[in-house]
Design a protein around this ligand. Sequence first.
Ligand code: TXA
Ligand code: MG
Length: 349
Amino acid sequence: MKTEIVKIDSEQIDETEIKKAGEIIKKGGLVAFPTETVYGLGGDALQADSSRKIYAAKGRPSDNPLIVHIAEFDDLKKIVKEIPKEAKLLADAFWPGPLTLILNKNERVPYETTGGMDTVAVRMPSHPVALAFIRAGGGFIAGPSANTSGKPSPTLAEHVALDLDGKIPMIIDGGEVGIGIESTIVDLTEEVPMILRPGYITPEMIEQVIGTVKIDPGIIASDSGEKPKAPGMKYKHYAPKADLTLVDGEPEKVIAKINELTEELTAQGRKVGIIATNETEECYKTGEVLSIGARDDEDAIARHLYRILREFDDMDVEKIYSESFATPRIGQAIMNRLLKAAGHQVIHV
Ligand code: TXA
Ligand code: MG
C-alpha cells in the first residue's frame, strides 16, 4: 500500500484533505493524525474491523484496548452507559486536552476496540487538526499512539512514517507535537478514581477538581508484584533498540558515573549514547551526547524524550546512559516513561 503524507497547518486547516482523511476512516481505513500529546493511528472506533486493522498495523497485542477520541462532549453519552459527575467535572476542567477517562461502555462500542473490556477509554484532544479530523471521520476515532508496538511514541510525522509506511493509506503531518508524552489516564469506574497512567495532567490537578484520587500501584514500582490496570502499562514499552540505564543522584556524581561507565565501554570499542541536559552536555568526555533540554524546562524534556530515544536508534548505539529528571510537575510522567524504556535499570550514586 502506498502511504500518502499530507501536511496540514493547524492555523489554516485544509478542508479538502481533512475530508479525504474522513472518507478513508468512514470506509474502514486507517489514518495517522497529530494530537497535542503524540501522533495517533486513527480508525473508526465503532467498526470492529477498523480496530482489528489498527492492531495489525501496530503489531499490538489485541488485549490492549484503544482510546476513543471525540470532538464534542455530547458525543460521550453515545458510547458510555452513564456519565458520572466526576467525568463532567474533569471534562469541564481539562477537555479538550491530554486527559483520558475510563468509563463503562455501551453496546455501540465493539469489544475489538476495548480489547474485550466492558469499559472504554475516551479523550477529547485539543489539537485543532485532530478535532477537525475526528469530526470528518464520523466523531469516534480509535487512536493508539501511531508507533509500532514497543517503539517510542511518535512526536513527528517522520516517526510515524518510519514505523507505518506502506501499512496505512495516509499520514497527516501536523509538525512536532506540543507535549510529547501520552495523556494522563483516569479510571472513573472504581469507587475512588484511579490514575492508570501519569501524564501532563498531574494527580494534584485532578484532585483539585474531584477530590482524592488513587494512583495505580502497578505503575510505580517495577517489583511491586502488582499488575497495572491499564493493560498497555504492563508491556516493556517505549523501548529504544539499545539497552538503556538511568543514573540517579547528585548531578556531579551522576556525571562522574556516566563518564566512568562510558569510558569503559568506549575502550572496548562499543558505541555509547548519553542523554544529558543543556547544563551538563559539555561535561561528558566520550560517547554520543544528546541534550534533552534545559534541566528546569520540564515541558522541553517531555517533548524531546521520544525523539531522542529514536535518534539513538538511528545512530546505532549499543548502550544508552541517561541522567534522571525528577522534575516537580510532570516529572512523575517523564520518569515513568524513562523507567519503562530502561526496563527499570537504575544505578543510584
Ligand atoms: O495521548 C494519548 O493518549 C495518545 C494519543 C494518540 O491520544 N494515545 C495513546 O494510546 O497513548 P495508546 O493506545 O498508546 O495507550 C492507551 C493506553 C494503553 O495503556 C491501554 O492499555 C489503556 O490506555 N487503556 C485503553 N482502554 C482502557 C480501558 N478500558 N481500561 C484500562 N486501560 C485502558
Ligand atoms: Mg502507545
